[in-house]
Design a protein around this ligand. Structure first.
Ligand code: PLP
Length: 491
């Protein structure tokens, strides 16, 4: 027990030579605890290192190492010619503003959250059935990802350790991926743009967040498809925007019933409306563009699923018909390659693109340059078009297989489903009195990645009950198995 004559009492200071923890570390931790808990009071004079080393039966060097560390961290203060003193600092209990322990429920409610975060709900953020094995409605087949080619491109990149992609991006010059996207999108989607007009993002959802921050103030009015993607709707809503419903009819989003001038931005999925899988015809696209011009509004076009049209020629997006720079186009590699790659992009007027790059630099420093560089080479070397070609053929066969089963074995359950773009078929129940929530819960419990249509409606109820049954991520055998499970879930 130490009762040094020239300093504080260090009675509780004990060390255990058998513990395996270095002695200096034990001394440091014990003294720090004593200071933080207040048992070693601010202003107290420390015993000398010699006294401590004698008391603990360790070398002075060991004691000095511990004391130096405590001094460096601001727990002790040496005063020349006088000795070493304990700093006067708050002890841990004092942080709560009272002597009692801090309240345990600080984080249990919403009290600490911003209004923005309070407005988000789990329903909005649902990532559909991520571990489901069969009939998933929005995932590509990860097994088809070209792992070997990707590994080689990664190795090639890392063999050049001086590559500029190891640095944050500097300035506004388009990256290699932005250049590749600009050339590829002209061929695949008929959009003519300069690389300066392309901005890479962390996927489509990130692109919507960036646009919200760039273009919208709380209180601004946004038109949003009903039904539509709830996660994207909630981005606008939690930002404090007034979100109006834009009805979707048999030609896709219909702006005709929207009130005029007040709307700043309209969000549409024209290539394949999410979830109704309707492709917007040219006439409606022109109506949309005219509506935007007349109302001085911006259209944000999410071109989700356009890569996976299985019949006929590709249908040009709104952006390809836009003559007055009203459309901001969002694309992503989430469906065509991997959802977790987290690479997407926007095509937008050059001045806005420069602002957007700056916003990314301020908020996130950069998008993942290494992944983007690998992807750029993947596109440049022709692997991306080959991969798309291959997966399109495979998914088309899987869709045929699913439709055969649905038409043969589910004729009494569903209206005849149609061949569709994307990764799922919309199946409307013949019996509109079914409890779709319960059916989907049963399906999800049994490993099916299907979804109910009503989830896409703001009210949670759809005028026509239906479910989205996927085919892309399951092979033919898995589709057959999945459909057998589905039969049982339908009761
Ligand atoms: C409308 C819509 N756009 C885009 C995506 C892809 O989003 P991300 O690239 O952020 O994964 C999805 C997938 O959930 C979607 O439903």
């Amino acid at each position: 027990m130490a009762r040094p004559k020239d300093g504080a009492f260090i009675e509780g200071l004990v060390i255990d030579p058998q513990s395996g923890i270095p002695m200096h570390r034990q001394i440091y931790v014990n003294l720090r605890e004593m200071i933080l808990s207040g048992s070693l009071r601010g202003g107290a004079r420390m015993p000398s290192s010699r006294a401590l080393s004698q008391h603990l039966s360790v070398s002075r060097f060991t004691v000095v190492t511990a004391l130096d560390q405590l001094t460096a961290e601001g727990y002790l203060r040496p005063i020349e010619g006088s000795g070493t003193y304990v700093e006067t600092i708050l002890n841990i209990g004092d942080h709560s503003g009272s002597q009692s322990a801090p309240p345990k429920d600080t984080w249990s409610g919403d009290a600490m959250l911003s209004k923005h975060a309070r407005n988000l709900s789990w329903r909005d953020s649902r990532v559909s059935n991520k571990t489901s094995k069969y009939l998933h409605m929005s995932a590509p087949d990860h097994r088809l990802f070209p792992f070997q080619i990707w590994a080689k491109l990664t190795k090639d990149l890392f063999s050049k350790v001086d590559s500029h992609v190891m640095w944050y991006r500097d300035g506004d010059a388009p990256s290699l991926l932005e250049q590749q996207i600009a050339s590829q999108i002209a061929v695949s989607r008929g959009i003519r743009c300069d690389p300066e007009e392309v901005v890479t993002t962390l996927g489509a959802h990130h692109a919507v967040n960036l646009l919200t921050e760039l273009l919208l103030d709380p209180g601004d009015t946004v038109a949003f498809e009903e039904p539509g993607m709830q996660a994207i709707y909630s981005t606008f809503r939690s930002h404090g925007c007034n979100v109006l419903q834009m009805p979707v009819d048999e030609n896709g989003a219909n702006p005709s019933s929207l009130p005029g001038r007040r709307i700043k931005l309209a969000f549409v999925t024209a290539a394949k409306q999410q979830p109704l899988a309707i492709t917007m015809p040219a006439k409606r696209k022109l109506e949309m563009l005219n509506w935007a011009s007349e109302n001085n509004a911006v259209i944000v076009e999410d071109d989700l699923g356009s890569e996976f049209r299985y019949e006929g020629r590709p249908i040009p997006p709104l952006k390809a018909m836009d003559r007055s720079d009203r459309v901001i186009y969002i694309g992503a590699f989430s469906m065509s390659l991997l959802q977790t790659l987290r690479v997407g992009y926007m095509i937008m007027p050059r001045q806005l693109a420069a602002r957007c790059r700056r916003l990314i630099q301020v908020r996130y420093r950069a998008t993942p340059q290494i992944t983007e560089q690998i992807l750029a080479h993947f596109i440049a070397d022709g692997h991306y078009s080959r991969h798309l070609h291959k997966t399109r053929r495979i998914y088309a066969r899987r869709q045929e297989h699913l439709l055969d089963i649905l038409r043969r074995d589910f004729a009494d359950r569903f209206e005849p489903p149609a061949f569709s773009a994307g990764f799922y078929n919309m199946c409307y129940f013949r019996d509109q009195t079914v409890d779709d929530d319960q059916i989907i819960a049963r399906c999800n419990d049994r490993n099916l990645g299907v979804e109910q249509l009503s989830y896409y409606y703001r009210s949670g109820a759809s005028p026509r009950k239906g479910m989205l049954v996927g085919f892309a991520s399951s092979d033919e055998e898995e589709i057959t198995k999945g459909c057998a499970i589905l039969q049982r879930c339908l009761g």
